[in-house]
Design a binder for this molecule. Structure first.
Ligand code: CMP
Length: 200
C-alpha cells in the first residue's frame, strides 16, 4: 500500500514561474517520497504518447470544454469558436493545444510514492480549473488561468502540474517517462515509524 506510485509533471508554467521548489516542498512535507526526479525539454512525440488517444479521453476533453462554456457563461457558441460542436473534434483541438503548451519549455518529471499517493497528490494539486481549486491546494494558491480565456486564446489552461488520475494511468505514465533502474528504493522516516511493529 505504501508503495503506490504516481507520476507528476511540473508543466512549463510551473518551471518558468520558479515554483519547482515550492511544489516539491508541498509533496514532501505531506510525507510523500520522491523516488525519481529530473528536468527535460520534452519532444512532441513524448507528449503525444503521454496523453491518452482513446476516443473516451478525447471526448472527455471536449465535454469539459462544453461544461466550461456553461460554467463561465461564455457568450459565443462552440460551433462559432471551433467550427464544430462535435465533442470529439473539440477534444482533438484541445489536445493539440495541450501538446503545444507542454513542449513550450522544460518540464520537471518525478515519481512520487506513498500511501494513497495517486489520490493524495491529486488532492494537493487541486482540480483542473484553477477557479475551482481550493485555497491550500497548489493550483488554488498559485494559478489564476481559466478555460474561458484559454479557449479564446486557443491554448491549453495553464495549471502548473500534471498528476496521474488513476492506477492504470500512473503505471503507464511512469513506464513512459522512466526506466525501472531510474526508480530509487529507500525508506523515509515516516515509513520507518508507520511500519514499526507495536511493542507488546
Ligand atoms: P490536466 O488536468 O493536467 O490534463 C488535461 C489538460 O488539458 C488540463 O490539465 C488543461 O491544461 C487542459 N485542458 C482541459 N480542458 C481544457 C479546456 N477546456 N481548454 C483548454 N485547456 C484545457
Amino acid at each position: 500500500m505504501e508503495k503506490e506510485q504516481t507520476l507528476v509533471l511540473i508543466k512549463p508554467d510551473g518551471v518558468k514561474r520558479g515554483l519547482v521548489g515550492e511544489i516539491i516542498r508541498r509533496l514532501e512535507s505531506r510525507g510523500l517520497k520522491i523516488v525519481a526526479l529530473s528536468m527535460e525539454w520534452p519532444t512532441k512525440e513524448q507528449i503525444d504518447k503521454h496523453y491518452p488517444k482513446t476516443r473516451k479521453w478525447i471526448e472527455g476533453l471536449g465535454k469539459n470544454t462544453a461544461k466550461s462554456y456553461k460554467e463561465f457563461n461564455i457568450p459565443s457558441t462552440l460551433l462559432e469558436d471551433y467550427g464544430t460542436d462535435n465533442l470529439h473534434e473539440i477534444g482533438k483541438k484541445v489536445r493539440e493545444w495541450l501538446i503545444e503548451f507542454i513542449i513550450s519549455g522544460p518540464i520537471v518529471k518525478m515519481v512520487v510514492q506513498g500511501l494513497h499517493a495517486i489520490k493524495m497528490v491529486r488532492k494537493i494539486v487541486g482540480p483542473t480549473v484553477p477557479a475551482f481549486a481550493e485555497v491550500g491546494t497548489i493550483r488554488g494558491d498559485f494559478s489564476i488561468d481559466s478555460p474561458d480565456l484559454a479557449n479564446i486564446k486557443r491554448r491549453a489552461v495553464h495549471n502548473l502540474i500534471h498528476a496521474s488520475g488513476n492506477k492504470e494511468e500512473a503505471e503507464y505514465e511512469i513506464s513512459h517517462w522512466f526506466t525501472k533502474e531510474e526508480l530509487n528504493s529507500y525508506s523515509t522516516i515516516h515509513e520507518q515509524f508507520m511500519t514499526q511493529e507495536r511493542n507488546q
